[in-house]
Design a binder for this molecule. Structure first.
Ligand code: GLV
Ligand code: MN
Ligand code: MN
Length: 419
């Protein structure tokens, strides 16, 4: 039987702002940094502690935890029809190396708060509800990001992703085995298990909600992205002796590439996003002309044609300025601009209106696991403001009341979809 407006209002009222805030503060202890953020990269000891805490909370709620082959965690509250595909919410507990307390953690904790609220409001849904913690959303230690959800919806990528070598030389498979050894016996979730819907809560990571005085962002979709790894090979030499004209200096060549690529991507409308966030020279010694540079490219743009054309020119632009060095450009991830489900957007908008929260539609510039989930079920996202639009930064901040407002919207949306 469908839940009534009164049921959904009761559920929203059962979301406890203080409990949700305290969960964030508890979680933020794992990998806490001096500037108030977190360093909790995927499957590090800090991330594993966060995962174990999530499991403890799930058990306190009487929920089952299952884990799939890439380490995604699923906390399940059974509905009356346990055979029907569940509705899910969730996000990720891993962070950037200098991340904040809210990017990712919020989506998982809003889900846990929803489970508390369902219990406290004594609401039984028809479909089961699951809260997901996706593995390696951030893609810092292991590239590429949104790996867990990508493998979940495309199981044939499992083997390649398990082989990815992290920045510390550990493979994804080894890191995952470390977690599985600590988590104890759990049920196994098959990859690509069916879901009837997915909604993810997240801080906006941009300033539009704050600038417009809105509290809820009804996310219309996620802009497309292409990620690359560029390797520039020169020749190691003694820095005090080798004549400048005979050098094959990979840092010089790679620097010219970065400048040329920024010129390629220059956009008068300021819609294109281009970032070289990792730039590593080998062997990294002051007196050795660097023999090799490896750098990352993160290129995003909502216009599919433009992204296609510009992305396809990256290798050629690098070659043009490579001088005496060799360059290899490897595309490691690509995603089209993904629109979210109109029906889910309407349920989210209704939920915001039910609690009188000002809302606006917006497209996400950041990537999220919802982008992958949209391939297998009706999907949407709920954004709440973050201070100054600042994220991927230790000072990232959100208010307890905005966090609670988003959790109220998520709880109602998931409950309405679960029937
Ligand atoms: C997620 O953190 C992203 O890179 O957009
Ligand atoms: Mn995130
Ligand atoms: Mn992030």
């Amino acid at each position: 039987m469908a839940l009534t407006d009164a049921d959904l209002s009761r559920l929203a009222a059962a979301v406890d702002e203080e409990r949700l805030w305290q969960m964030h503060m508890e979680m933020a202890k794992f990998g806490a940094t001096p500037l108030g953020g977190v360093c909790r990269e995927c499957l590090t000891p800090e991330d594993i502690q966060a995962r174990l805490l999530l499991k403890r909370w799930a058990e306190e709620l009487g929920c089952d935890v299952s884990i799939d082959a890439i380490g995604n965690m699923f906390v399940r509250r059974n509905g009356s029809d346990t055979a029907a595909p569940p509705i899910a919410t969730g996000s990720h507990l891993d962070s950037q190396p200098t991340g904040g307390k809210f990017d990712g953690a919020y989506g998982v904790l809003a889900g846990i708060e929803m489970l508390y609220a369902l219990r406290d409001a004594n609401i039984q849904t028809e479909r089961s509800i699951e809260v997901i913690n996706f593995t390696n959303e951030e893609g810092g230690r292991f590239q590429p990001g949104v790996m867990g959800s990508q493998v979940f919806v495309r199981p044939n990528e499992l083997e390649r992703m398990l082989g990815v070598v992290g920045t510390d030389g550990v493979t994804m498979a080894e890191a995952l085995a470390g977690f599985m050894a600590e988590v104890g016996p759990v049920n196994t979730k098959p990859l690509k298990a069916p879901f009837a819907g997915f909604v993810e809560a997240h801080i906006e990571q941009a300033p539009r909600l704050e600038e417009t005085g809105n509290i809820i962002g009804v996310v219309t979709g996620i802009q497309g992205a292409r990620k690359y790894q560029v390797t520039v090979r020169g020749e190691e030499a003694h820095s005090g002796t080798m004549p400048m004209r005979r050098r094959k200096d990979s840092v010089l060549a790679a620097s010219k590439m970065v400048v040329a690529l920024h010129e390629l991507m220059a956009d008068p409308d300021d819609l294109t996003r281009f970032n070289v966030g990792r730039f590593q020279a080998y062997p990294g010694a002051p007196s050795v002309v660097p023999g090799q540079v490896r750098f990352s490219i993160d290129f995003r743009c909502p216009n599919d044609d433009k992204r296609e054309v510009l992305g396809n020119r990256i290798a050629e632009v690098c070659s043009t300025v490579a001088g005496p060095c060799d360059v290899e450009v490897l595309e490691i991830q690509r995603a089209e601009t993904t629109p979210f489900d109109q029906g889910v957007m309407q349920v989210i908008a209704r939920a915001a209106d039910r609690i009188n929260c000002p809302r606006m539609d917006l497209l996400s510039g950041a990537a999220h696991d919802a982008r992958n989930m949209a391939r297998i079920c009706p999907t949407g996202m709920v954004f709440i403001p973050c201070e100054g639009g600042i994220s991927h930064n230790e000072v990232e901040s959100a208010t307890p009341s905005d966090l609670a407002a988003g959790a109220r919207v998520i709880a109602q949306t998931v409950a309405e979809m679960a029937g």
